[in-house]
Ligand binder design. Structure first.
Ligand code: MUC
Ligand code: MG
Length: 370
């Protein structure tokens, strides 16, 4: 099995409902669809979400690094020789989403070639995950209405609340309104995307202490090392590192130097191979993980389910799998369904996200293939 084709297709799909958070906003998704093919005609697929405000990558940079740097490193290789391929990719620094996508597409190719679903190849722990829905910035009543709609329609009972606004009262009041409206049994956790200082984050922790919040993600910038450590030391709930841990090395450093006490794992940036290393690190240290969402499409969310469901430690907590519901459309051929608050990993070979070619032809931004 030899790779003979690498295709990076930029495309744009509008959001039906924009997602706003402390570090940015998403009005339309400008992603790259990656396909890696072999001489035998087997194809592996991954969706790559560039997030300039988080990692510095853009749609153009992802397509360029794949076409000019990664494709030459892949073509002529056997996809099973992943260790060698990763060593080659590793020579290029950064570009985490592009690298994550290559890894997922390779696993998709391998699973397809072996006739096995990737969640079983990776670990086979389970075939579904509980879903957590991420509620973006809006007025308190709008955030409450969104959470209630997702609970009633999809059975979702875990919500990540986007915070990090000023004045702090705005988010503290929204959290209180969510708790009052949803009752004591729904799980709520926060993500400030570095919007506050450590002191502000401590104020919010104190003001929400009676609300049963379970995690606080990126409350302040981890680069402000001393403030962040102080916060981790004083917080009664785990402080989750997300954008501060785009690699295994970053995760190890943040955990070992007191910058975080829980981790968000995103297959969109660490693929399956490095995500598994991060998961093992967390499990060994007794650290909880949450399968995160990079504002993923259904293709990206399918990859998150495939990985998260594969292992016991990644399937304990609800995974962030529902934000594709805010998209106006998707490239996936067989829609992902959320029912009873869960998403199932597809049972077909590979990762399981087939592409609707008509939709790809409609939404792609490069020269259309005749
Ligand atoms: C999240 O968990 O932060 C927002 C920005 C990003 O890179 O991911 C999302 C969700
Ligand atoms: Mg986050």
């Amino acid at each position: 099995m030899i790779i003979d084709r690498v295709e990076a297709v930029p495309y744009r799909i509008p959001m039906r409902k924009p997602l706003r958070f402390a570090s940015g906003e998403v009005l339309e998704l400008e992603h790259v669809l990656l396909r890696i093919g072999t001489a035998e005609g087997i194809v592996g697929v991954a969706d790559i979400p560039p997030r300039p405000y988080t990692y510095g990558e853009t749609q153009a940079s992802v397509a360029a690094v794949i076409e000019t740097v990664f494709a030459p490193a892949l073509i002529g290789s056997n996809p099973l020789d992943r260790g060698q391929i990763h060593a080659r990719l590793h020579r290029t620094v950064g570009n985490v989403a592009a690298k994550g996508g290559v890894d997922i597409a390779l696993w998709d190719l391998i699973g397809t070639s072996l006739g096995q679903p990737v969640h079983r190849l990776l670990g086979g722990h389970s075939d579904s995950l509980r879903v957590s829905h991420m509620v973006g910035f809006a007025s308190g009543p709008e955030m409450v209405a969104e959470a209630i709609e997702h609970r009633d329609r999809y059975g979702i009972e875990v919500f990540k609340v986007k915070v990090g606004r000023r004045p702090l009262r705005l988010d503290i009041d929204a959290c209180r309104a969510l708790r009052e409206a949803l009752g004591p049994d729904v799980e709520l956790y926060l993500d400030a995307n570095r919007g506050w200082t450590a002191v502000e984050a401590m104020e919010v922790l104190d003001a929400t202490a009676d609300l049963g919040i379970t995690f606080f993600e990126e409350p302040c910038d981890a680069a402000e090392v001393l403030g962040r450590r102080r916060l981790v030391t004083h917080s009664r709930i785990p402080i989750v590192a997300d954008e501060s841990v785009p690699t295994l090395g970053d995760a190890a450093r943040e955990l070992m130097t007191g910058g975080a006490s829980a981790l968000s794992i995103k297959t969109a940036r660490t693929g399956f191979t490095q995500s598994q290393q991060i998961l093992a690190l967390a499990e060994g240290l007794g650290i909880e993980v949450i399968m995160g969402n990079q504002i993923d499409t259904q293709i990206g969310s399918t990859a998150t389910v495939a990985f998260g469901a594969a292992f016991s430690h990644s399937s304990r907590r609800a995974a962030e799998l529902s934000n594709f519901l805010d998209m106006a459309d998707d490239l996936i051929a067989e829609p992902l369904r959320i029912s009873g608050g869960r998403v199932e990993a597809p049972s077909v070979p590979g990762v399981g996200a087939g592409i609707d070619e008509d939709k790809l032809a409609f939404y792609r931004l490069d020269a259309r293939v005749a």
